[in-house]
Design a binder for this molecule. Structure first.
Ligand code: NAP
Ligand code: SF4
Length: 671
């Protein structure tokens, strides 16, 4: 049978070496390297190599102390560092994979007072003003890149990736946004591109011809005074001439106010940018950003957008991505839903990365699903994320599992998320759970509310009965103009033109998004999405940055909370700003510090900050958080039964699927 992914799985001949397919695992900072447990780092990468990826790029390694993203960022400084990295390269090679080390100089993004850049201009996302480098300082940085590359070679890497995008050090020299110099490293584009070209030229001279050099080129800066496309082409040609083997795509500086990888970005939403560069250089081009399944990757290649595809987060979600695609079982690939909740949100909070969908990511050595010593009968109640994950892991380990679900469908709260514009990826997650349950030995009993009698006789009972909406107890809330979020999201209740949303947590934000949208979700229509976020063609506007256009707005919404803080402050670390910006673009008013005195036919009477007043609305939607659904758990406990309670049924406060799935996997791994 011919493969459905002939282009994706085709080898790529680089002359002195061949990649086994067109899939690159892009660089992701995991936090593992800084922990010093190198066997764990090696296992993490080895699982991905075993899963078939052709070329892995490591998380960024600092070439110098001043260039590290944060104090103590990992780099190759000592013979011991080189020996540690050799564990990684050997593990990857033992599975037929190749691995390149990313050299990441953060420039003014380095979180420390010793940071350096082209000019002494602070970035909006850092408190530190960088030191402007003099001629000698620039030479030191170049030499640091060369030294890092040589040490990577000594550690057994197949190559390096020189990080030249995302607003990091080399990118800072390229753009007038930061580079205000008047010497030979500033002014004309020829001068501004001197540093990245010199770095690649000197690295190539040092490492010799048979070593992969990937240069991550910023194709779309998405900041004011970004590069024009003619400049990008000029740079790409010069980098090729300087000795790069491959060009990888970088999109957007970290300080850009345009989402580039969040789940609401359309799939492969920036492949068109890489395509613009195709034909301008002779070396292979890699495209990236929001490609999370083999179908999308294959079509990107079929459309001539690139020679190769980079995916980073999808390899956290499923290390066997390529092997499953090659085996014709793409439906079993655990999908990266682009949520950032366990990966980038962790990274930017100084925590170890993992994955909402795959709690084993970066925990490969301590969370394992070994065959159970004794086969047990296991009942799981509730087919939400926690219950489904517990059932699957218990089944995988050899237990006999029955999964009870009172509704006619699986998914639980995931079925709320999947209808929100911008959260379409949740469909794929529910589909994946359905496939995995179908392929497993789990007996799924839908439309079955298990009671204590039905659960008697099981060796283990896992209660994952989830949550119910909290009753905020507002006088007048029983009126016909008041709705719960579940009725709204299930499309069962008409919503008026003027809306007040009570509660500005994750669900309040989601509901505000849901009721203000009309027509096709921008996530499913790239042109609409680009207009909304102001993404233009870099041939027409430098850096691809346009004025955003106001989207059509279906309803006038006011989002309310009692806390006297900025609504949305507690949303995801790397995604909260996107939710806030999206609602602001839709004219949503956000009020904190209010009290809810009453709901009347005219609207909602508010107190607190701003004094008593009537907010005139047609509909009030209650999104006041959740409480645990513990009825069954409490009844079982009262009868003396031994039960495990997980997910929202265990703890509803700020519940999210990440915690629920992780808790479920760990419990089932230990049964
Ligand atoms: P939540 O995040 O805990 O927010 C509950 C909201 O209700 C808060 O704004 C809270 O603010 C308000 N509230 C609490 N008690 C209230 C009361 N007695 N009367 C009136 N208002 C009250 O809960 P959620 O919005 O239901 O979301 C549940 C969880 O699902 C989230 O925490 C999140 O983990 C997950 N989720 C995440 C996302 C995401 O974007 N990542 C999206 C959807 C859901 P005040 O107390 O200040 O009024
Ligand atoms: Fe993807 Fe979310 Fe997992 Fe990160 S945590 S890899 S974004 S599914």
């Amino acid at each position: 049978m011919s493969s459905p992914y002939p282009r994706l799985l085709a080898p790529l001949d680089l002359g002195f070496t061949t990649l086994r397919n067109r899939v690159l695992m892009g660089s992701m900072h995991s936090g593992l390297e800084e922990r010093g447990d190198w066997a764990r780092v090696a296992t993490y990468y080895a699982e991905r190599a075993k899963g078939g990826v052709a070329l892995i790029v490591t998380g960024g390694m600092a070439p110098s102390k001043e260039g590290g993203v944060f104090p103590g960022a990992a780099g190759l400084y000592t013979p011991q560092d080189i020996a540690n990295h050799r564990l990684v390269t050997e593990a990857v090679h033992s599975h037929g994979g190749k691995i390149a080390m990313q050299i990441l100089h953060a420039g003014r993004y380095a979180y420390g007072k010793d940071c350096v850049s082209a000019s002494a201009i602070k970035s909006p996302i850092s408190p530190f003003v960088p030191r402007e480098l003099d001629e000698e300082g620039i030479e030191k940085q170049i030499q640091d890149f060369v030294t890092a590359a040589l040490r990577a070679q000594e550690a057994g890497y197949d190559g390096v990736e020189v990080m030249g995008s995302e607003g990091y050090f080399l990118n800072q020299f390229l753009c007038l946004h930061v580079n205000k110099r008047t010497d030979r490293w500033g002014g004309s584009y020829e001068n501004r591109m001197r540093l990245p070209v010199e770095v690649v030229r000197r690295v190539r001279a040092a490492v010799g011809p048979n070593f992969i050099i990937i240069y991550r080129i910023s194709l779309l800066d998405l900041v004011p005074n970004g590069q024009t496309f003619d400049e990008v082409v000029q740079l790409a040609k010069a980098i090729e001439a300087a000795g790069a083997t491959i060009l990888n795509t970088g999109i957007g500086w970290h300080e850009a106010r345009v989402p580039t990888i969040a789940t609401s970005v359309p799939r492969a939403g920036f492949a068109w940018v890489t395509k613009k560069l195709m034909g301008h250089v002779g070396i292979p081009l890699i495209t990236s950003n929001r490609i999370n399944n083999p179908e999308t990757a294959e079509s990107v290649l079929a459309e001539g957008c690139a020679d190769m595809v980079s995916m980073a987060r999808p390899f956290l979600a499923d290390p066997d991505f390529v092997a499953k695609a090659a085996a014709g079982r793409a439906d079993t690939i655990a999908p990266c839903i682009g949520c950032n909740q366990a990966c980038l949100d962790h990274t930017f909070s100084g925590k170890l990365s993992s994955c909402l969908v795959n709690p084993r990511a970066c925990h490969e050595t301590e969370l394992t699903y070994e065959p159970a010593a004794q086969r047990k009968t296991v009942a799981v109640v509730g087919a939400g994320p926690a219950g489904m994950m517990a059932a699957l892991v218990a089944d995988q380990r050899g237990h006999q599992v029955t999964l009870f679900e009172k509704d006619a469908v699986i998914g639980g709260q995931l079925n709320m998320a999947r209808v929100i514009p911008g959260k379409e990826e949740f469909h794929g997650l529910v589909d994946w759970f359905a496939t995995m349950l179908r392929d497993s030995g789990v007996e799924l009993r839908l439309n079955t509310a298990a009671d204590a009698a039905a659960l008697a006789g099981f060796d283990e009972v896992i209660v994952a009965t989830g949550v119910t909406p909290r009753d905020p107890g507002i006088p007048g809330q029983e009126g016909p103009n008041v709705l719960g979020y579940i009725d709204v999201l299930r499309g069962k209740a008409p919503v008026g033109a003027r809306v007040a949303v009570v509660g500005a947590g994750g669900i309040g934000f989601d509901v505000a998004e849901y009721v203000t949208h009309s027509g096709v979700s921008p996530t499913l229509d790239l042109d609409t999405w680009k207009r909304e976020w102001g993404v233009g063609d870099p041939s027409e506007v430098p850096g691809g940055l346009l004025e955003p256009e106001s989207p059509p707005v279906a309803r006038q919404v006011t989002l309310l909370q009692r806390k006297a803080e900025k609504p949305g402050k507690r949303l995801g670390k790397t995604t909260g700003w996107i939710h806030r910006a999206s609602l602001q673009a839709r004219g949503v008013q956000m009020l904190g510090g209010v009290t809810y005195d009453a709901i009347t036919p005219e609207g909602i009477v508010l107190g607190g900050e701003g004094g008593p007043r009537l907010l005139e609305v047609d509909t009030v939607i209650l999104c006041a958080g959740q409480v645990s659904n513990r009825g069954l758990a409490d009844a079982l406990a009262a009868s003396g039964a031994r039960v495990h309670v997980i997910g929202g049924a265990h703890e509803a406060g700020e519940l999210d699927a990440k915690r629920a799935i992780d808790q479920a996997a760990r419990l089932a791994a230990a049964l």
